[in-house]
Design a protein around this ligand. Structure first.
Ligand SMILES: C[S@@+](CC[C@H](N)C(=O)[O-])C[C@H]1O[C@@H](n2cnc3c(N)ncnc32)[C@H](O)[C@@H]1O
Length: 314
């Protein structure tokens, strides 16, 4: 479809049906060399009309209101400019929950679902612990503490989090998401740099576990990131120093002071960082116990769990 015929379609705002709009979105995105034009057109329209994808196919002849039609054109135009779908629709599904997203806040990734699954498995291994206190460093939209809290809330277990982020915008969004999933009373959001807000409290807290998916992109990898990520997502949520290891060095060094004996440290990392991070952990005398690494759905190395020594002597 050339520009002229696409524009003609755009003008027919009052007589569009679902099929026309799906076709329009696909044609515009394809023209923009989008490899997933069809599936993205479907995704955008399904969010806009709040309908399952299958319902769109079954109702191709249903008319769409002029307001929603205009909105769809705007969304397709935004996508054409490279704006991530999650910023356009305002949502990202994470472990079956529809999290709100917003520009300026890191979009949750499916890789992090593995980290959350590992934390849930770990907590389930200790059913006698009725009350757990956890820390999430770099909370972003709040997906880690919220999915963990929401899971255990349904099971009647009291899992509480402190969740820290430097970004005011992220914390506002995370608080909104916590409210949405009824976890607001179990998560204490704090603004600041890693452990700093905890050091500023007038009491010391020891956690059963510390979790983080910190910024881990190296200078070299930054240049190779897709435009969609590099241009539109906040750099401070992505960049982890020259080798991408700055946050791991700080977290591994400082975390023992905030962990109970035997407490765990669970970190997500980039797929080429396993050896560096494992080395940082094994060089730390506080983490002489078991260390577990895990992979993501694509079989890339993706995370590590280490346990603080259970007594001063081991
Ligand atoms: C990769 S994102 C992860 C967000 C979220 N945990 C997730 O998995 O979707 C990293 C987060 O760390 C935050 N961050 C960056 N520097 C930080 C710092 N010095 N202290 C605390 N948080 C920081 C960013 O604002 C961002 O929200």
């Amino acid at each position: 479809m050339d520009n002229c015929s696409i524009n003609k379609t755009v003008e027919k705002t009052d007589k569009q049906n679902i099929g026309d709009l799906l076709h329009f979105g696909k044609a515009v995105l394809e023209q923009n060399s989008n490899q997933n034009a069809e599936s993205e057109s479907i995704l955008l329209l399904s969010y806009l009309l709040n309908k399952e994808k299958s319902a769109l196919f079954l109702n191709r002849h249903l008319p769409v209101s002029p307001y929603k039609t205009k909105r769809f054109y705007e969304w397709v135009e935004q996508r054409k400019k490279g704006i991530p779908i999650q910023y356009i629709t305002g949502f990202q599904n994470f472990m079956g929950l529809e999290f709100e997203t917003s520009e300026g806040v890191f979009i949750p990734r499916s890789e992090t679902e593995i980290l959350v699954e590992k934390i849930i498995e770990l907590i389930e291994m200790f059913p006698e612990k009725k009350r757990l206190s956890l820390l999430d460093l770099g909370a972003g939209s709040g997906v880690i503490p919220i999915t963990v809290c929401s899971f255990f809330q349904k099971k009647g277990r009291d899992v509480n989090f402190y969740a820290v982020d430097v970004s005011e915008k992220a914390l506002r969004l995370a608080a909104k998401n916590a409210q949405k999933f009824h976890c607001q009373n179990h998560i204490n959001f704090m603004k600041g740099e890693l452990f700093t807000p905890l050091k500023e409290l007038n009491r010391s807290i020891l956690f059963d576990g510390i979790i983080s998916n910190p910024p881990y992109i190296s200078h070299r990898d930054w240049k190779n990131l897709p435009d969609e990520v590099r241009i539109f997502e906040p750099p401070e949520a992505l960049l982890g120093g020259e080798k991408g290891l700055d946050f791991y060095q700080k977290i591994i060094r400082e975390s023992p002071k905030f962990l109970k004996p035997g407490g765990f440290l669970a970190l997500e990392f980039g797929h080429r960082q396993k050896n560096d991070i494992k080395q940082l952990i094994t060089e730390n005398a506080n983490y002489l116990q078991k260390v577990i690494t895990f992979r993501d759905y694509y079989h890339n190395d993706r995370g590590i769990i280490a346990f603080k020594n259970s007594s001063e002597n081991n």
